[in-house]
Ligand binder design. Structure first.
Ligand SMILES: [Zn+2]
Length: 278
């Protein structure tokens, strides 16, 4: 048995066969699923899905890109978000955080960063009020290096600074891909865990993420698909789904040179404890 701690089963890519995908997951050994909100609409859909299926839970939250330009408008969503967060099967606030990365050639502006930080902080206040753990989405900015672009650690450092002011909350870095130096800082905080997704199966042998995974004790690791995105090898390029979470766990077992069944068992326990799943 295994738990997929981060799915987007409400995504329209599942509109034609959602029940079949869910059934396949449970039939292949997935015990529980946490479906993630990334806006008001998806948070609502996430709650509905959790009401429909006993072993699906929901998180609700506003993704950082909500706050880039539409700050005033996005802050109006908070009363609805709070209502949703109080629903019975909501187990976390998320995914929330900072997204400084831009897919085009542009760089994020200082104003956009400040707006995202405000949105993040406001939702941490909600998590604190309702005593819910937080699922963090974090992606660095693009920085120019010659003609090539690379990610920077700025968003990670900003997240760390902000969550230090909310140290009584529990956090998970979802789809973690931080640097080793950053990982070591986070490991000093007992209230933060790490969740890995299919992109770890793309890593070549010399990649830093492998060292990161070796460094983090299994007691602080959970696994996820982030489906329909980031399908793990051997399903890379296809639509991802919860039953593929086993490939993520298997990769962790391979990296840590331990048995698959220990990774399945331990990540399942970690997820249950962290999110208080029944
Ligand atoms: Zn996600």
């Amino acid at each position: 048995m295994i738990i997929d701690a981060h799915t987007h089963l409400d995504d329209q890519q599942f509109d034609n066969d959602r029940p079949a995908v869910i059934e396949r997951a449970f039939a292949s050994g997935v015990e529980k699923i946490i479906n993630i909100g990334a806006g008001i609409g998806s948070s609502e859909r996430s709650v509905k899905l959790a009401q429909k299926y006993k072993n699906i839970y929901a998180s609700v939250g506003l993704h950082p890109s909500y706050f880039d330009q539409y700050q005033e408008k996005s802050f109006n969503y908070f009363s609805r978000l709070e209502e949703l967060a109080k629903e019975e099967k909501v187990v976390a606030i998320g995914e929330i955080g900072l997204e400084y990365f831009r897919h085009n050639e542009k760089l994020i502006t200082e104003q956009e960063k400040v707006n995202q930080q405000k949105g993040f902080i406001a939702q941490l206040e909600l998590a604190q009020k309702l005593n819910l753990p937080v699922i963090i989405h974090c992606r660095g900015a693009k920085a120019e290096r010659g003609k090539k672009y690379r990610e920077t650690s700025e968003a990670y450092e900003d997240i760390l600074e902000i969550i230090n002011n909310f140290s009584q909350l529990k956090y998970v870095f979802h789809g973690f891909s931080g640097r080793l130096s950053f990982t070591k800082k986070v490991l000093l905080l007992k209230n933060v865990n790490f969740s890995f997704t299919g992109n770890i199966t793309y890593a070549k042998s010399e990649t830093e993420i492998l060292t990161v995974i070796k460094t983090i004790p299994l007691e602080r690791i959970i696994v996820e698909t982030d489906c329909p995105y980031l399908a793990p090898v051997p399903k890379r390029g296809k639509r991802n789904e919860p039953s593929y979470v086993i490939y993520v766990a298997e990769k962790i077992a391979e990296i840590k040179k331990i048995s698959k069944s220990i990774v399945f068992k331990k990540t399942r326990e970690n997820t249950k404890n962290w999110f208080n799943l029944g």
